[in-house]
Design a protein around this ligand. Sequence first.
Ligand SMILES: [Zn+2]
Ligand SMILES: [Zn+2]
Length: 138
Amino acid sequence: MTCASDRHEGGCFCGAVRYRVDGPINSVGHCHCNSCRRSAGAAFVTWFTVERERLAWTAGVPRQYASSPGVTREFCAACGTELAYSNEQAARTIDITIGSLDCAAGHPADRHIWTADKLEWLHLDEHLPAYEGWSTDG
Ligand SMILES: [Zn+2]
Ligand SMILES: [Zn+2]
């Protein structure tokens, strides 16, 4: 469990897959899209976005799944934890699940995205900016 302002670590539930992110974390969003909900089996998924070169897998190799055209999701093949999301339309960056981060508590979400798909019974953090689709600033 190592997190500093410029270096963060995380991994899957069983520990087989681990990663390190260099630099700050400053883009954290709750995604309410149908694909995130179904792929995680959760009401929504919270992601942080970093430039691809700032992520290094430090243990294990995540399995990949093409969840829709141009989109790849990565998860631990042993325990199933969803870890990463890549979209060809934003090839410079990668999204990582905040729940897999060792220091998730220190990085609150700053937005909701894809609220057009949000479950109607879900109400939380409604003071945050909300976007029906992608947010404009990544
Ligand atoms: Zn695992
Ligand atoms: Zn999503």
